[in-house]
Ligand binder design. Structure first.
Ligand SMILES: CO[C@H](O)c1c[n+]2c([nH]1)[C@H](O)[C@@H](O)[C@H](O)[C@H]2CO
Length: 449
């Protein structure tokens, strides 16, 4: 592909999340989160790593924003730690927590960087988990109250909001697979939680419309969407694709855009798990609170075939020959094009932002003190090209936030996986742009490559 130039005002950014970078977990009145509890539980996180210090962004944010400015970032996606605002999840507000995010937003605006704020990126206040967490329907109201507080405090300057980051991961990885906080292995619980997450999303959108701070503002949700391909053209493999696409993608896309769960998956869940628990009015609330944009986190595709067991959910993942990242995820930029075109075609999405895309690689080659992450540079370049093709074919893609601005706490993998375009030395906490960051700086300056 020759030189490409993205649309004027395309937002080139980078993304992070509170628990993964902030550290300072006991500073300035922050309450405990489910990730504090989970990471401090032996055996849950590789090497016993925790987010206690992470990148110490809470104390180094001015330095980090300065580095973002030097790289020329147009946008920065970060999340608010709910336990910094409401240490008990509700009730007493922690002013020092509000002060931090107020100051961070001011630093970003001074640097000419537009903030896009995620309200929930997995660090639920432990006090709410102690009363059932997302399985307790009351938590949907506590989330809306927390959201309203953030709109009130930051809404005059923050004009792009994301209610949830990846409700599928929150529900299933944390409550069905047991690999994330709070660590349950109960599929029916996970299905119930998906409904409460979507309900809380709708209530947070409603709160935004009522906040009086939504003038010129936009609110959306970020979904981890994975295009699914069949291993063969057999009817069995097509059925496996139908389930996997429904389980991972349509279960969230349909309610958000069409106000109803996909019939095939709903029927399957009701029969097998007697879930979700939907009250009268719930679907109308979800249907009536439209989003202004969809955030898409894209990393890789899925290739599936019918599994050995019987049943709609009998799916086996296939791993084709090709290049893989350190997470074992196939490098498949075409999947981003196919996904964007599908969302455009099937859901007529309003504005779309890629709210996360990036890769973990070994980062073990250093030239003149700079990590020579050519593999990450090429990963990003090929995905930018796929995004560009989608824009040329009519997709309303308005921005791209690379995951991640800097190396950080990679959940159950701890600090063993590096996604950053900026290298973090965890001994000294020194930040050093990698080759990919210096290349990205030029892409941003030229609005293309
Ligand atoms: C299939 O990947 C998921 O969509 C996904 C990947 N990632 C995510 N979601 C999370 O939003 C980030 O907090 C992770 O650090 C990041 C890298 O693992």
């Amino acid at each position: 592909m020759g030189k490409i130039t993205f649309p004027k005002d395309f937002i080139w950014g980078a993304a992070t999340a509170s628990y993964q970078i902030e550290g300072a977990v006991n500073q300035d009145g922050r309450g405990e989160s489910i990730w504090d509890r989970f990471s401090h539980t032996p055996g849950k996180v590789l090497n016993g790593d925790t987010g206690d210090v992470a990148c110490d962004h809470y104390n180094r944010y001015k330095e980090d924003v300065q580095l973002m400015k030097e790289l020329g970032l147009k946008g920065y996606r970060f999340s608010v730690a709910w336990p910094r605002i409401y240490p008990q999840g509700k009730g007493q507000v922690n002013q020092k927590g509000l002060d931090f995010y107020n100051s961070l937003v001011d630093e970003l605006l001074k640097a000419g960087i537009e903030p896009i704020v995620t309200l929930y990126h997995w660090d639920l206040p432990q006090a709410l988990q102690d009363i059932g967490g997302w399985d307790n329907r009351d938590v949907t109201d506590y989330f809306a109250d927390y959201a309203f507080k953030m709109y009130d405090v930051l809404g005059d300057r923050v004009k792009k909001w994301i209610t949830h980051n990846e409700p599928w991961v929150v529900a299933f990885v944390g409550n069905a697979f047991g690999e994330h906080a709070p660590g349950y292995k109960d599929f029916a619980l996970a299905v119930r939680i998906t409904h409460h997450l979507l309900l809380s999303h709708a209530k947070a959108v409603q709160a935004y419309r009522q906040s009086g701070n939504d003038d010129g503002g936009q609110i959306g949700i970020t979904l981890n969407l994975t295009p699914v391909y069949p291993d063969s053209d057999s009817p069995e493999d097509s059925e496996a694709v139908q389930f996997q696409d429904g389980f991972q993608n349509r279960w969230f896309l349909d309610p958000v855009f069409k106000g109803a769960y996909p019939e095939d998956i709903l029927e399957f869940y009701q029969e097998k798990y007697n879930a979700p628990v939907i009250r009268p009015g719930d679907m109308e609330l979800i249907a009536d609170n439209h989003i202004d944009f969809l955030g898409i986190n894209y990393y890789t595709r899925a290739v599936v075939k019918k599994g050995r067991e019987s049943g709609f959910d009998s799916v086996e993942h296939v791993h084709p020959e090709g290049k893989y990242t350190e997470m074992g995820w196939e490098v498949y930029p075409e999947g981003l094009y196919d996904l964007l075109m599908r969302i455009h075609r099937d859901y007529n999405a309003p504005n779309i932002y890629i709210t996360e895309n990036g890769a973990a690689f070994k980062d073990d080659k250093v030239v003149d003190g700079i990590v020579d992450d050519q593999d990450r540079l090429e990963y990003l370049k090929s995905h930018f090209e796929a995004a560009y093709r989608a824009i040329q074919d009519g997709v309303n893609l308005k921005g791209y936030y690379v995951w991640s601005f800097m190396d950080n706490f990679e959940w159950a993998y701890g600090y063993s996986k590096r996604f950053g375009i900026v290298y973090v030395d965890y001994e000294t906490l020194k930040r050093t742009p990698k080759k990919s960051a210096l290349w990205y700086r030029d892409v941003i300056a030229d609005n293309g490559f």
